[in-house]
Design a protein around this ligand. Structure first.
Ligand SMILES: *Cc1c(COP(=O)(O)O)cnc(C)c1O
Length: 392
């Protein structure tokens, strides 16, 4: 018998949609030309790349010539931050970001600190929101970049990006947002958000892994990231990953078209999950109650370890996560939960469930039967559990 799998880790990655795979396939075989070459076969690849660029631009309210293909969210974040820092080094070397960014942003900032840049890591409130007043207060004469994520990958909190962008624009400071968790899940428009740079990644919305884009508003000063050929207007060298670019275009068009109906359905399931898990004693919902991604549930169950919950859930066929995929290999508590003010010993006990298009109500019901049993079993085993939370 095939083991059942309930996949609730869609913030880590999603299953590439079959229509997206079909759109990609010809570009591995018949249509394999290098877009830079000068015959008809190559022109077909070139057309496919430009078609995809138009789809990405349309999905986020940008112009096609402001979209640059990259190898994914990590590269887009690295390029945005390092590229702006390099291009503005003579003007200043101060960067503002938040304490809860993805490591692709945080570790790039830390690398720049070793090279003489200064970085302010803004705190967040207990729901994981940056305070707009803190951004304003952190700005200095030598501030060259503000980078704040649109939606957090662990707790799903959505930031006041449009307001922060307004400040950045008034102060003439480049503004980047990591929108990797947001694009394809909530409406994203680069103009209403007032951003100059925006990172996105296909595999978070049913596209293939290893492809993403950086939106660069016309007029934004940024150094190239990859040096080599003349691809992407000499700003990101390397032969275009044509099949993946086609996949990104197909996936983003699809995700945006399906968003209204998909969001309604997922939101209902999310609310059911939040209510059901909230009935477990000594549990707390992380993140913001309303300003949060429609597919994100993140709970802490006191007195137990997130890793132990994951192992037992896995044995029940449930694929979930504690915080982010990137930190789960290390056993450090989540930097996001710590920044929300959650004590070190409790921050270990978090469970992140991220729903997807294919999540069914029966699956949520099964999870709501299983998680309380697993939590109780672990609490009964733990010497830390107080008597009133034990079943025996
Ligand atoms: C997944 C993710 C990234 C990294 O994107 P990759 O395409 O996997 O490199 C960056 N930022 C956030 C918020 C993410 O969720």
């Amino acid at each position: 018998m095939k083991k059942r799998l309930i996949y609730l880790d869609n913030a880590a990655t999603t299953k590439t949609h079959p229509d997206v795979v079909s759109a990609m396939l010809p570009y591995f075989s018949e249509c394999f030309g290098n877009p830079s070459s000068l015959y008809d076969l190559a022109a077909a690849s070139r057309t496919a790349v430009e078609d995809a660029r138009g789809k990405v631009a349309a999905a986020i309210g940008a112009k096609a010539d402001e979209i640059y293909f990259t190898s994914g969210g990590t590269e887009s974040d690295n390029w945005a931050i390092r590229g702006v820092a390099t291009a503005h080094a003579k003007k200043g070397r101060h960067i503002i970001t938040s304490a809860i960014e993805h490591h692709a942003v945080l570790h790039t900032c830390e690398a720049l600190e070793k090279e003489g840049y200064e970085v302010t890591y803004l705190p967040v409130d207990e729901s994981g929101r940056v305070r707009v007043a803190d951004v304003l207060a952190a700005i200095r004469d030598d501030t060259i970049l503000i980078s704040i994520m649109l939606a957090n990958n662990e707790i799903g909190t959505i930031q006041p990006i449009a307001e922060i962008g307004e400040i950045a624009r008034t102060k003439k400071i480049a503004f980047h947002t990591d929108a990797v968790q947001a694009v394809g899940h909530i409406p994203v428009d680069v103009n209403s958000l007032n951003v100059d740079l925006l990172s996105l990644s296909a595999h978070k919305f049913r596209g293939p892994k290893g492809i993403g884009a950086l939106y660069i508003r016309k007029g934004t000063r940024i150094a190239p990231f990859m040096h080599g050929g003349a691809q992407e207007k000499r700003r990101r060298a390397g032969t275009e990953n044509v099949p993946a670019i086609v996949g990104l275009g197909a996936a983003i068009e699809r995700a945006v078209a399906l968003m209204p109906e998909k969001t309604d359905r997922i939101l209902k399931l999310r609310e059911k999950l939040i209510a059901g898990l909230g009935a477990i004693p000594a549990s707390r919902l992380n993140g913001h109650p309303n300003e949060r991604l429609p597919n994100n549930v993140n709970y802490i169950f006191e007195y137990i370890e997130g890793e132990s919950i994951l192992l037992l859930l896995n044995a029940h066929g449930i694929a979930a996560s504690t915080g982010s995929a990137c930190t789960s290999a290390s056993l450090d508590p989540s930097h996001v939960l710590l920044a929300c003010g959650i004590p070190h010993e409790i921050a270990h006990g978090s469970l992140r469930l991220t729903l997807g298009e294919e999540t069914a109500e029966e699956e949520i019901d099964y999870v709501l039967e299983t998680v309380p049993k697993v939590v109780q079993r672990l609490r009964d085993m733990s010497p830390l559990t107080p008597k009133e939370l034990r079943s025996r």
